[in-house]
Every structure is written in structure tokens, then in C-alpha cells.
Design a protein around this ligand. Structure first.
Ligand SMILES: *[C@@H]1O[C@H](CO)[C@@H](O)[C@H](O)[C@H]1NC(C)=O
Ligand SMILES: *[C@@H]1O[C@H](CO)[C@@H](O)[C@H](O)[C@H]1NC(C)=O
Ligand SMILES: *[C@@H]1O[C@H](CO)[C@@H](O)[C@H](O)[C@H]1NC(C)=O
Length: 656
């Protein structure tokens, strides 16, 4: 694994000041030139149908050619909608190359240059570029240009056979570069993921040494084979994209500089197939920029004069949340002499989970916890609404950012929020425990987070947010970072951990706080909002503990002391990681929430309690959780077989 030596890239904003999220989809752009929403919808539909290359679709080509020749118009479009403009330029370039490229690509050169500039020299991150709903990756699909080189009379032939770019016969290492190029070609021709074919090359010791050199001495590192090196880094980025954010961002940082230096034909036309490799960096991930809540509702404190005026100017979900706060969704509680409002909230969607939702809600009700807000899509809403006294909110976007949008919306409405994952089981009413926790610190915590049993890491299955200006500011910064860095694999927890750092506050009477190690997120982090927030970890030993599914999870002590138990349903992980996770028991929901086993209700209840007891015994790790300073568990990536199945319309390698 590569260690990044410090690079001084800290921004120094004192507080979070943005009032809306970047409109990458261009849903709210008011343009006189292009109907961005319509263009995006047509583009997405064409890409999904994938009947022909996008730059042969007449509608798209004619829109692109309307602007292509006017630099001013293009610049205006870019300022309105960067990704839409990049997409249009790809269409313009593709259709130009198809028509004229082989013998004379000069007419396409200006467009290609513009495209390269917008993609790689402006402020669009690689991850945004590759995960957006705009089918930018699909429009890269110009494999025919690689075939131009086979015609010895064409200009491409000259370029593609330039020994310098091919890195042929120039040094002792040439053979290796030629081999890599062959492997890439073979993989692309046979429509395989490139990574599987080049694994041995990519993980070779010599290559790892070079990468280390580069990351440690970026100034003095000069690659022997420039385009081959860019190809290598792209492949490495694609491996780590699925596994390890810190290493991925290290590569991305280096790649950004290299990509900004490439000419369009080096990128689209060289025998290193760089545009194909870039398209494979993240095959299975599409960013959802829609959050139902409006950016302004999350990023700013609302000014509520009356709920009536709020309703007029709010998104449906924000109004519904506000109404729920005024109704049964929030409950008053007293902490340190202050009366405040408290809500428990969960978001859930998907058939596998919905069948357990009634029992989940009823379990809270049986503990006299009615201030539980259930957020979810239409199906969730229907199941939830059938339960008496349930508080149900329809939140249609299946966006993992809801982990932070929901507490932020609630905090903005002046409510403290305890956000729960769905794969948990409450053994007792958490509120009294929460109050005594909050009161046991000399400074009242703004944020409480569950922790991991066997290492010194946080776990965001359970998190309590006290609505304070500094916590709202902190979560806004975190949410915006996640929005701008659409990276898969549980990065929402990793980012939280990295943003929080390693200094939880101390209880009044305690030998020391729970020891915390921060996860590695990226080689650079935005400066956190100051002053930092007061946060602490909920007892990971027994009160807020977990099943022993992972090497580092489990619980210890007396089962009577468990407040909320996290039983780790593996599919949550699967959804975020591009590979199979070995989770032993997928029947957890059945153990905890199956209240209808077809026998007498009491027999069923006895059976359920018995199974829960048995489960707890099997997952108990001892009498007491040992102190640990072990760093956070992260998935090993060099040994993983990464051959995901591309989804329809994504990651297609060549025209059928
Ligand atoms: C892009 O970044 C530059 C330099 O950091 C900055 O000056 C500029 O305002 C940014 N542009 C946009 C559109 O964010
Ligand atoms: C609960 O258990 C019974 C008996 O094992 C089973 O038939 C039923 O499908 C389970 N309920 C759910 C919701 O899976
Ligand atoms: C705590 O550490 C002791 C000594 O290393 C070990 O025997 C015991 O199993 C540990 N307990 C737990 C709960 O891990």
C-alpha cells in the first residue's frame, strides 16, 4: 500500500458558505441557448438504448453542430452547464472524426482541443465526469479511431506508429511496455475488463516502486514511457476506485496533471486506448445528484415565520418533515435543564427490507418510542402508512447521501436527530440512556456516533445529531464534499471519520475517552468548519454494540445492558462495494423481527426471544471490551478479483 507524504492542499474556509449544491445535471439552468433538461433526457435515453454510437444520433449531432464553431457560445454553454457542454463537444468530435478523421483530422482538431480543455483543465473532477448521468463515458466510444492506424496512408498511422509514443525499442523496459500495450488491446478487443488481463503487470514490484517514487517525489518523477504510464495509472485508479479511496485519490491527483497535458488525439487515438481506460475507471457507479430536499433547505438555516409560509416555498419532503416535527415525529425531552425536540429517523427501501418494516416500527412502539420518522420511497411509504401511529415520509430518491440529508433537514428545523440504520434492533428505549450520556460530559456533545468493537474506529450505523450551529455547519461541509466526490464503497462513513478526526471529548468521570483512529479518505481534506465540534463515541462494548459478523465486531458483557444492537445485514455492504462480502448470516432480520411464524402469537414470541438469546450468546466476545488502538478495518484490494458485470448501457466497450 502506498503512503502519501503530505501535500499542502488545505483550503482555509472558516465556515460553510455555499447556499446550493453544484447543479451538475443542469436541472435548474435557465438558458436561452439549450434546453438542458431535454438534451440530458434524450442523451440518457439514447445511451441506454445504445443502438448506435451517440455521435450518429441526428438530434444530438445537430444540437452540437449549432454551437461547435463559436468559441463564445461554447464558453457560455460551459458556464451554464459544464457536463452538458462536454457531452456536446464529444458528439461534435465523434461525428467529425467519423466523417473526416482518417485522412484529415484537422477540421476536428479545434473541437477536440476544446473538449480536452473542458474535461481536464477546468474544475471538473474525474469522478464527477465519470459518474454523472450525462452519458459522457458512452460518448467516449470511438474505437474506430484506433483502427485508422491500420491504413498506412493515413495520418493516424504515422501517429500511432511513432516509436516515442509506442515506447518501442527505447530502453531495457521497452519489452514490458509493449507487452502491456498488447494486453490492453487484447482485453479491449475481446470486451473484457482490462484490469483482469493486466493484473500481473500492474501489481508487479517494479511498477509499485515507480508509483511510490512518483507519489513521494512528484516533482522529479519523469515517466519513461509517458502514455504507457498514464495508461498504467488509469488502470490502477480503476482498481482502487472500487476498493480504497485514499489510494484512488492519490492516483487521481497525479492523473489530473497528466490528462491536462494530453492532446486530443493522444487521448482518443493513441494505441494506448486511454479514452477506453478512463471509461473503465468506474464502471458500476452513477451519481444521483437529486436529493428531493432542495440545496437551500439543507445548506442554510431556514427562516420560519410560520409553517404556512414554509409550505409555500419548500420542497414536498421538507414541508412533510416540518409537518411531522409539529406532529408525532418529534418529542420534547430535557437535557441539562434545557427542553429540546428529539426524533429518531431511519431510511429504507427495497423489497428485502420492507417485509420487516412493520415489525421494526412496532418494536419501537412497544418501547414507547413513537417519534420515529420512516423515510423511504413509495413502496416504503405504503407499508409504513398501514401501521398505526407510524410517521412516514416519502423520499423517492435512493441516494446514499440521505444518511446526512435527513439529519441536516431535521437539525435545520431545530430538532435533534438520532439516525438509525435499518439493520438494528432496539432492546430498550434509547432516550433515557441518550440523556444520561449527554449529561455525563463536561461539555455537552453535539454529536454521538457508534463505534467498532474490535478496532478504534467509528461506525455510522447509529448517530445522534444535536442541532447546533457548528454541527450543522460541519455536516453541510461533509455533505457537500460527498456530493462533489462521488466515490463508492462506504465512503460516507470514511469521510465522516476523516472529517471528525481523532479527538472525542472526555466524560466528567472517566479515565479516558474511547480511543479513536480516523480513517484515511484522501491525501487532502477540506479544512473543517471551526470551531470543531464536540463529539464522542457511544459505548461500542455493550450499549450500542453489534453482532460478531466481522472480525472486528461483536459485544461483551451483560445482554441486559444492550440498548441498540446492530446486527449487520450484509446486503447493505454489497450495495456499496463492487464485490462479494463474506457475511455469514443473512437471516438476521428473521431472528430479530419475525413476529409471525404461523403458530400462536405467544409461541411465536417465545421462539423469537429464544432465537435472539441464542444469537446474542453466539456473538458475545467476553466480559468486557478491551481497549484497542487498532486502525480501522479496510478491505484488502490487491487480492480481489475484480470482474464486475457492467450494467446495461454502462461500460460498453465497443459498438455491437
Ligand atoms: C475553478 O478553479 C479556479 C482556481 O481554483 C477558480 O478560480 C475558479 O473560480 C473555479 N471555477 C469554477 C467555475 O468553480
Ligand atoms: C417468518 O417465519 C416463518 C416461519 O419460519 C416464515 O414462514 C415466514 O415467511 C417468516 N416471515 C417473513 C416475513 O419472512
Ligand atoms: C481481551 O484481552 C484478553 C487478553 O489479551 C483476551 O484474553 C480476551 O479474549 C480479550 N477480550 C475480548 C472481549 O476480546
Amino acid at each position: 500500500m502506498i503512503l502519501w507524504r503530505h501535500i499542502g492542499l488545505f483550503s482555509s474556509s472558516l465556515a460553510f458558505l455555499k447556499s446550493d449544491f453544484t447543479d451538475w445535471d443542469c436541472r435548474r439552468v435557465d438558458s436561452k441557448l439549450v434546453l438542458w433538461n431535454t438534451l440530458r433526457e434524450v442523451a440518457v435515453a439514447e445511451a441506454d438504448a445504445a443502438e448506435s454510437a451517440l455521435f450518429t444520433v441526428p438530434n444530438l449531432v445537430s444540437t452540437a453542430s449549432d454551437f461547435e464553431t463559436s468559441p463564445e457560445a461554447i464558453e457560455t454553454l460551459f458556464s451554464e452547464c459544464p457536463l452538458g457542454t462536454i457531452f456536446l463537444l464529444e458528439i461534435a468530435l465523434g461525428s467529425c472524426m467519423l466523417n473526416r478523421g482518417q485522412y484529415s483530422f484537422e477540421p476536428c482538431e479545434a473541437t477536440g482541443k476544446r473538449l480536452m480543455e473542458f474535461m481536464f483543465q477546468r474544475n471538473v473532477s474525474i469522478a464527477v465526469l465519470l459518474t454523472t448521468v450525462w452519458p459522457i463515458k458512452q460518448a467516449f466510444d470511438m474505437e474506430f479511431v484506433y483502427e485508422f492506424g491500420t491504413d498506412t496512408a493515413s495520418q493516424w498511422h504515422t501517429f500511432q506508429n511513432d516509436p516515442f509514443h509506442k515506447c518501442a525499442g527505447m530502453s531495457a523496459g521497452s519489452k514490458e511496455w509493449e507487452l502491456l500495450q498488447d494486453l490492453i488491446w487484447t482485453a479491449v478487443r475481446s470486451e473484457h475488463m482490462v484490469f483482469a488481463k493486466v493484473r500481473d503487470f500492474i501489481f508487479h514490484e517494479d511498477i509499485q516502486d515507480l508509483v511510490t517514487d512518483q507519489l513521494e517525489q512528484p516533482q522529479s518523477f519523469v515517466p519513461e514511457c509517458f502514455l504507457g504510464w498514464v495508461a498504467t495509472l488509469l488502470i490502477k485508479a480503476s482498481v482502487t476506485w472500487h476498493m480504497e479511496s485514499f489510494v484512488y485519490f492519490s492516483y487521481e491527483q497525479v492523473l489530473k496533471g497528466y490528462l491536462a497535458d494530453l492532446t486530443f488525439w493522444e487521448f482518443f487515438g493513441s494505441t494506448w486506448l486511454l479514452s477506453v481506460l478512463l471509461g473503465q475507471v468506474c464502471v458500476m457507479h452513477r451519481t444521483i445528484n437529486e436529493m428531493d430536499f432542495w440545496g437551500s433547505e439543507l445548506l442554510k438555516d431556514p427562516h420560519i415565520n410560520s409553517i404556512g409560509s414554509l409550505r409555500l416555498k419548500a420542497s414536498p419532503i421538507f414541508s412533510a418533515t416540518a409537518a411531522a416535527v409539529l406532529g408525532e415525529g418529534a418529542r420534547a425531552y430535557r437535557v441539562n435543564g434545557e427542553s429540546r425536540l428529539l426524533t429518531y429517523a431511519v431510511y429504507v427501501w427495497g423489497e428485502a427490507f420492507l417485509k420487516w418494516l412493520p415489525a421494526y416500527i412496532k418494536r419501537f412502539h412497544s418501547l414507547a418510542v413513537y417519534n420515529l420518522m420512516v423515510f423511504g420511497d413509495t413502496a416504503t411509504y405504503q407499508v409504513c402508512s398501514a401501521i398505526q401511529r407510524a410517521v412516514c415520509l416519502q423520499l423517492d430518491t435512493k441516494n446514499s447521501l440521505h444518511r446526512y440529508t435527513i439529519p441536516l433537514a431535521l437539525m435545520n428545523l431545530g430538532v435533534d436527530a438520532f439516525i438509525l440504520d435499518f439493520d438494528i434492533y432496539p432492546f430498550q428505549d434509547p432516550t433515557p440512556v441518550l440523556i444520561s450520556e449527554l449529561e455525563s460530559y463536561s461539555v455537552m456533545p453535539e454529536f454521538l456516533i457508534s463505534g467498532s468493537f474490535g478496532d478504534a474506529c467509528i461506525c455510522n450505523a447509529l448517530a445522534f445529531y444535536r442541532s447546533t450551529p457548528s454541527l450543522r455547519d460541519f455536516i453541510r461541509g461533509l455533505l457537500d464534499w460527498l456530493y462533489e466526490h462521488p466515490f463508492p464503497h462506504a465512503v460516507s462513513q470514511r469521510a465522516l471519520s476523516a472529517f471528525l478526526g481523532e479527538s472525542p471529548i472526555k466524560k466528567r468521570q472517566s479515565t479516558g475517552p474511547f480511543f479513536v483512529k480516523a480513517e484515511r479518505l484522501a491525501p487532502w481534506l477540506p479544512d473543517r468548519a471551526r470551531p470543531g465540534i464536540a463529539w464522542a463515541v457511544l459505548d461500542p462494548g455493550v450499549q450500542f454494540s453489534s453482532s460478531a459478523n466481522l472480525e472486528t465486531s461483536g459485544w461483551a458483557g451483560d445482554a441486559e445492558d444492550i440498548v441498540i444492537y446492530h446486527f449487520f445485514y450484509g446486503a447493505w455492504l454489497d450495495a456499496e462495494v463492487a464485490m462479494a462480502i463474506d457475511v455469514k448470516d443473512r437471516e438476521m432480520f428473521d431472528i430479530f423481527y419475525n413476529t409471525s411464524c404461523g403458530k400462536e402469537p405467544q409461541v411465536c414470541e417465545d421462539r423469537r426471544n429464544q432465537r435472539i438469546r441464542k444469537h446474542l450468546v453466539a456473538n458475545r466476545r467476553g466480559d468486557v471490551r478491551n481497549h484497542t488502538e487498532r486502525a480501522c478495518f479496510s478491505l484488502p484490494y490487491s487480492s480481489v478479483d475484480l470482474e464486475p458485470v457492467p450494467k446495461t448501457g454502462l461500460g460498453k466497450l465497443s459498438r455491437a
